[in-house]
Design a protein around this ligand. Sequence first.
Ligand SMILES: Nc1ncnc2c1ncn2[C@@H]1O[C@H](COP(=O)(O)OP(=O)(O)OP(=O)(O)O)[C@@H](O)[C@H]1O
Ligand SMILES: [Mg+2]
Length: 172
Amino acid sequence: MKKRMSFEEIDEFAKKMADYATENTVIALIGDLGTGKTTFSKTFAKAFGIKENLKSPTFNYVLEYTDGRLPLYHFDVYRMGSAEEIYEIGYEDYINNDGVALIEWANIIETELPKKYIRIEFSYIYCDECENIREIELEYIGDTKKEEEMLEYVGFSNWYINKYRDTGPLWW
Ligand SMILES: Nc1ncnc2c1ncn2[C@@H]1O[C@H](COP(=O)(O)OP(=O)(O)OP(=O)(O)O)[C@@H](O)[C@H]1O
Ligand SMILES: [Mg+2]
């Protein structure tokens, strides 16, 4: 399901996803530079109960936080040369560890993602006054039943698409 949201609405969405996530949830964050993956992760972490601010895991690929509702593993694999490289940092242990994994640039390791995972794609939309709006696609890969439940939980409906319809070109 796709939805257009303001930054404020994306923050609310991140908080809801933090409430929704359970043991062994893997969340793949995908989108071009600057679309909002890190901001989403920071808001998610705060709502998840983590006190410190998330730091960038760009150079070591993953940082873990243990003071939230569950352990949180925050990956950023932007600089990874190949998908297989993910195993060199103990990837399997992280994703099978009753915690929640947030993976920025998950498309780079797409072949190594588990059978079931939440996929969130952030896209720019181009129109006047759209800098603070993104199109967000939310899916539960490999589990249509869970996808339905999740979309319901986070209130993902077409309402937002309609809300911003008038601000864009006719083909919206
Ligand atoms: N939800 C949001 N609320 C406010 N500002 C936002 C939000 N999302 C993105 N931004 C703005 O866009 C900038 C880039 O966002 P962010 O760093 O989250 O993107 P990113 O997808 O992680 O980019 P990169 O791939 O380069 O790491 C932020 O510094 C902020 O100014
Ligand atoms: Mg980032």
